[in-house]
Design a protein around this ligand. Structure first.
Ligand SMILES: *Cc1c(COP(=O)(O)O)cnc(C)c1O
Length: 384
């Protein structure tokens, strides 16, 4: 094993399995749950997270790009893999070879996908994306039926799904109901064109938690699978979620400095009393952003301590005057729980002026992962 780095991200696979099961129980047996594992599974590690969700019963996975879907297939992840941002013409052959389900948002990509499917004598299920108000990917509702007909007419292609995306389901106010009605109208409009009803899916985590009438036949939770409600108004105490990611470091040096001592670049912090400083080997290169300066806290020996002075590229300083006995090598929790203290991604997001999603992606993409909770056997299945 390589020399362990000072900092690491812990991922509790049992928490991921728990969250999938909790959401599955919430939506009920009639609704499928697509595990959204784009962005390296929100920083948790694409393959381990997908396998944890598979072990909890996931049969459908959502990724952003073909490249991620190929990684899942190569790792033996079975089931349907929906490529949420579609496939370029250059990736059509891979879509067919790996049995992927691309999202389409117009007729442009159909010819190449059809050609690749026919050449391999296979049928590819595509999911048609409609834009009912997100203003992102998708055809406008009025154009949806024509694209659905073009899919059905293309040899080797089949309309396997119809989807859209909610822009405001996590907000107190919004047009989510109207957007869902627009989605239902498109669903009705294409019903006559497609003999086998395609899957219909629109609900992200906020939709899953707040708009049960909009679950359709499949839901697409992301953030909630990783243990977080998408926003305060989306909190659902009945659906108990467990954050799966922690962020850990250790104390590099402890020293006593006098009152009036400037700490870190720019001396933005000056001690007001004799102070015990702990130097941590973690900084913005590790995703512990400079914008956390003056705001962040960490947990040492089960107690919170403030980060003081400007956060550097690979270091930051913590005032541990109030915590007895801290010494070099001591464990530091930047995110997670220790003793009675808990710092979660929502709190860190508040300090950074962002959302938990970005915190998880940041920490997860910049640090080594250590997995726990692998006690349950992961079913070995062939490529689906
Ligand atoms: C990321 C994403 C989701 C999941 O959203 P959450 O808010 O994380 O639940 C669902 N659908 C699409 C198309 C996405 O891009």
């Amino acid at each position: 094993m390589a020399t362990p780095s000072y900092n690491w991200v812990s991922v509790d696979l049992a928490a991921l399995r728990h969250n999938f099961s909790a959401l599955k129980a919430w939506v009920g047996p009639a609704v499928r749950v697509m595990a959204v594992v784009k962005a390296n599974a929100y920083g948790h590690g694409l393959v381990p997270a997908a396998k944890a969700f598979a072990a909890a019963g996931a049969e459908t996975f959502g990724v952003a790009e073909v490249e991620e879907a190929v990684v899942l297939r190569e790792a033996g992840v079975p089931g349907e893999i929906v490529v949420l941002f579609g496939a370029s013409n250059a990736a059509a052959a891979e879509v067919v070879r790996y049995g992927l389900s691309p999202v389409v948002f117009g007729t442009e990509s159909l010819a190449e996908l059809s050609r690749a499917a026919v050449a391999a004598q296979k049928t590819i299920g595509v999911h048609l994306k409609v834009d009912v108000g997100m203003g992102r990917l998708g055809v406008l509702p009025a154009a949806a039926a024509a694209v659905a007909a073009a899919v059905q007419a293309a040899p080797g292609l089949r309309l396997a799904g119809l989807l859209s995306h909610f822009p405001q389901a996590d907000l107190e106010q919004g047009d989510t109901h109207d957007q869902y009605q627009a989605f239902e109208r498109v669903r009705d409009a294409i019903a006559a064109l497609v003999p086998e009803a395609p899957l219909a899916h629109i609900a992200n985590s906020a939709g899953v938690l707040r708009f049960t009438e909009a679950h359709a036949t499949m839901v697409r939770p992301g953030i909630s699978l990783y243990g977080y409600y998408p926003s305060a108004v989306s909190a659902r105490p009945e659906v108990v979620l467990k954050p799966a990611m922690g962020f850990h470091s250790q104390v590099l040096q402890v020293k006593e400095v006098p009152a009036g001592y400037g700490v870190s670049y720019g001396h933005r912090f000056v001690t007001s009393r004799p102070t015990r400083l702990a130097v941590l080997p973690v900084g913005y290169d590790d995703g512990y952003l400079r914008s956390l300066t003056g705001k962040a806290q960490v947990i040492i020996r089960g107690q919170r301590a403030p980060v003081v002075g400007t956060i550097c590229m690979n270091a930051c300083m913590v005032d541990v005057t109030g915590i007895a006995g801290v010494s070099a090598g001591e464990a530091v929790v930047l995110m997670g729980g220790s003793g009675q203290a808990v710092i979660d991604a929502d709190e860190i997001a508040g300090w950074m002026g962002t959302i938990s999603y970005e915190v998880l992606c940041l920490f997860g993409s910049r640090n080594r992962h250590v997995y726990s909770g692998t006690d349950e056997a992961i079913p070995e299945k062939g490529i689906g």
